[in-house]
Design a protein around this ligand. Structure first.
Ligand code: 2BA
Length: 108
């Protein structure tokens, strides 16, 4: 068994969860925050059998889009110690995925 940890954008989470649930995968949604942009994203925990990984990856790929996000995280220092926000464009997503081996799965 594997645990899929998928970090996705909030905008994609709902449709992805519906799609996973329709295909009878169990999923847990966690509210998370990206370290770089310091903005909200969604982390999904999905426990699956080894032979289901490919289908789960396909569902994630079909629901998660790559988006260009413009942020003003970068600042330029000006004379007199003034900081001017400088727009920075980053591509976010579709999804950041980790797949872990599960030693044991217990339901009590
Ligand atoms: P954030 O950390 O907020 O990163 C958002 C986007 O900013 C990233 O998109 C990437 O395009 C850019 N970015 C991140 N760190 C950067 C840096 N040091 N310099 C320049 N640009 C940078 P994604 O790669 O699609 O990542 C989306 C979210 O997935 C991340 O949000 C973070 O929450 C998570 N993530 C990505 N890689 C991870 C990792 N190795 N471990 C844990 N979480 C990760």
């Amino acid at each position: 068994m594997k645990l899929v940890i998928a970090i996705v954008q909030d905008q994609d989470a709902s449709a992805l969860i519906d799609d996973l649930t329709d295909h009878e995968y169990g999923v847990t949604k966690l509210a998370s925050t990206g370290g770089f942009l310091k903005s909200g994203n969604t982390t999904l925990l999905i426990g699956v059998e080894d032979n289901e990984i490919e289908e789960v990856l396909r569902l994630i790929e079909s629901n998660c889009k790559t988006r260009d996000i413009t942020t003003s995280l970068l600042t330029v220092t000006m004379p007199g110690d003034a900081y001017i926000p400088y727009p920075l464009e980053v591509k976010v997503g579709g999804a950041t995925i980790f797949i872990l081996d599960v030693e044991k799965h217990i339901k009590l």
